[in-house]
Design a binder for this molecule. Structure first.
Ligand code: SF4
Ligand code: SF4
Length: 294
């Protein structure tokens, strides 16, 4: 059994070719620009869509735990996940994200599109959240993916101990691994991530399989938009061949609203990707392929 938040078919930005992306629940980080905050907690997460809600308050009356109040607020500490609120809402304004699925079932679902993967050199991408959070189930999932002849990519924070990476490595063809900052304190303060763990994992991959790694850097205003060249240099030193600079976007904002948490970048607009184009030349200087976008 593995806890999944979503399975997305025909994904084209999560690795080569046409892919099915399996998003898992659970993440040790809390990046304030996250596009998938509903994956953070292992428990199911309630999303409330204000655009659909007609304020009838049926959900609140149905909740014996008094976990719902108005203006709509969900109290996770009181919720026992009976999902009576979701069932009672005639407007489909409430949905819970996070479902336990047998690993065989996930594989069956992914294999439905194997012909497309084969024609496009695509495959499956395991994303999140942080896939390594559900380590045993994740390991079983990637093993079974390989047994079924799938190309396996993983979108990962790199924020876990090296022994986990060593165990999973034989079953993973491509790591799309984040590098968000090179200053340990800034990284910790803003995202909760541990830079030592991340760099340790990068060094290991660089030593044993540099061709399996694409470094991904979400470029975020006032956080790391001034250190893109530093990250490129870091990749050059480790002989990692490719960096993807991901322009800041606000596509996750609606989910933050649906979770009734304030999106810190409310006032920021999407980053113009052309601003990052000069880094392609800087990458050439350092012998690193720089791509703008995923
Ligand atoms: S039951 Fe649905 S429509 Fe009614 S208040 Fe609750 S969320 Fe809104
Ligand atoms: S899942 Fe049950 S306990 Fe949780 S908010 Fe809905 S009705 Fe209340």
């Amino acid at each position: 059994m593995i806890r999944v938040s979503n399975i997305e078919k025909f994904a084209t930005h999560d690795g080569p070719g046409i892919r099915t992306t399996v998003f898992l629940k659970g993440c040790p980080l809390h990046c304030p620009w996250c596009a998938n905050p509903e994956t953070w907690k292992m428990e199911p997460t309630l999303l409330h869509d204000e655009r659909k809600c007609v304020q009838c308050k049926t959900c609140m009356y149905m909740c014996a735990q008094e976990a719902i109040s108005f203006p709509f607020q969900w109290d996770i500490d009181k919720c026992i996940y009976c999902k009576k609120c979701e069932d009672a809402c005639l407007q489909d304004a409430i949905s819970f994200v996070g479902k336990d699925i047998e690993i065989d079932e996930v594989i069956k679902e992914v294999l439905k599109d194997k012909d497309y993967f084969d024609q496009s050199n695509g495959g499956v991408t395991i994303s999140g959240g942080e896939p390594f959070m559900q380590f045993d189930a994740f390991l079983e999932l990637v093993k079974q993916c390989k047994e079924n002849g799938l190309h396996v990519a993983v979108e990962t924070t790199g924020n876990y101990s090296l022994d986990k990476l060593e165990q999973a490595l034989p079953y993973i063809d491509l790591f799309l691994m984040d590098l968000k900052h090179l200053d340990a304190k800034k990284l910790k303060d803003v995202t909760g991530a541990n830079l030592d763990l991340i760099l340790n994992n990068f060094r290991y991959l660089a030593k044993y399989c540099p061709n399996k790694v694409i470094v991904r850097m979400p470029v975020i205003p006032r956080f790391n938009d001034d250190i893109c060249e530093e990250v490129i240099k870091f990749c050059a030193v480790l002989k990692l061949a490719e960096v993807n600079l991901l322009p800041f976007h606000t596509m996750g904002k609606n989910k933050w609203n649906q979770m009734q948490i304030k999106f810190k970048y409310d006032q920021d607009s999407m980053m113009d990707r052309d601003i990052l184009n000069p880094y392609m030349d800087i990458g050439k200087k350092w012998g690193v392929k720089v791509k703008i976008g995923g």
